[in-house]
Design a protein around this ligand. Structure first.
Ligand code: FMN
Length: 332
């Protein structure tokens, strides 16, 4: 019989997995709490870490928290618990985005198909050029299945789709570069101080594409400053869109979980990932990301997949700053 409550070390391990998730600009817009009986683990949005200019409706915030939630589910399963999640469980508490019970023993040892737990700490954004090696169809198939398992659709793009999405992303990147408020909102999360617990450190920034084809986000503006340089990128990147049927907060949480599930499966297979979110930040370019031939759907993310150097580790806030006890009055 499983002891329903996790001990403090197990709870810390759980939270550490949650905070290892990707988040927009490494804002880490989450905090966690266990209920007084230590049987329920709750996941909250930390809205003081939102990006009002870039993400006014909180969509990217929900995607980020959804990614953390997926890591929490993998870690709970690793600790022998059945992570059945309730999304947005309390309409009177909109910042409570999800909760799950810690008391149910895991029943399916093969819940995610692969052991994803080790990949949580191995996964990083890789903004470097990739090689021209194709991601095999079989691996793409596993990534599609991973997204499907979270009620989302991953669509690897053919050449014409890749060119269309790169053009829309470049257009969004150009507009952002001409918008001082958006540039400032991004620069605010650049970290030159290596001891900072959040934001994007200089070492994690990649080069720009020498031929200006692959529209990597310039976190420092255009022309890039702060060590910005250019390199030759892969001839035709493997891009994929991640979509959901509807476009409500609950769908954004699903898409965030799908993002992380896809990314962890990719990591197990040695496939690197970076996110191209720029076109999602303008309503018209976001709308045009949809492939009408694929039917109705709302694109939530664009991913670039391939083989290349791993990305560096980025900082995280300490577990004790994020995991609060039920009676803690200091919660954000
Ligand atoms: C919703 C969302 C949007 C993101 N957008 C971008 C982006 O446009 N460009 C980029 O290089 N990384 C993007 N990222 C990746 C984050 O910058 C990255 O996860 C964060 O800096 C932490 O680094 P890590 O992924 O290596 O752990 C995004 C991540 C999320 C969850």
């Amino acid at each position: 019989m499983t002891d329903p409550s996790l001990n403090p070390e197990q709870l810390q391990a759980l939270a550490a997995a949650g905070i290892a998730a990707p988040s927009i600009h490494n804002t880490q817009p989450w905090w966690f709490r266990t209920t007084a009986d230590a049987r329920t683990f709750q996941v909250y949005a930390d809205r003081s870490r939102s990006l009002p200019v870039l993400d006014p409706d909180g969509r990217a915030l929900h995607l980020s928290v959804g990614a953390a939630l997926f890591n929490l589910r993998v870690a709970a399963h690793h600790l022998g618990r059945e992570p059945s999640v309730r999304l947005l469980p309390d309409t009177t508490e909109p910042s409570l985005l999800a909760e799950f019970d810690l008391g149910q023993p895991a029943t399916d040892p093969d819940l995610f198909g692969l052991d994803l737990y080790p990949a949580i700490s191995q996964r990083h954004s890789s903004r470097q050029p990739f090689t021209n090696r194709d991601v095999p169809e079989a691996v793409l198939g596993e990534l599609i299945t991973a997204a499907y398992g979270e009620d989302a659709v991953l669509s690897p793009l053919e050449e014409a789709g890749v060119r269309r999405v790169m053009e829309l992303t470049s257009e969004a990147e150009r507009r952002t570069a001409a918008d001082p408020a958006r540039l400032a909102a991004t620069r605010q999360w650049l970290r030159l101080d290596e001891s900072a617990p959040d934001g994007i450190p200089q070492a994690a920034l990649g080069p720009q594409d020498h031929e200006a084809r692959v529209p990597m986000r310039s976190f420092t503006g255009h022309p890039p400053t702060a060590g910005g340089h250019s390199e030759r990128f892969e001839a035709l990147p493997q891009l994929a869109t991640l979509s959901t049927r509807a476009d409500e907060p609950v769908d954004w949480l699903r898409a965030g979980q799908a993002l992380e599930r896809v990314w962890l499966v990719a990591t197990v297979h040695g496939v690197r990932v970076s996110v191209l979110h720029q076109a999602l930040e303008w309503p018209d370019t976001r709308w045009k990301l949809r492939d009408p031939s694929e039917g109705p759907g709302h694109v939530q993310l664009v991913l670039r997949l391939g083989y290349g150097p791993p990305g560096p580790t980025t900082p995280r806030r300490a577990v004790e700053d994020v995991l609060k006890a039920a009676d803690d009055q200091d919660s954000p």
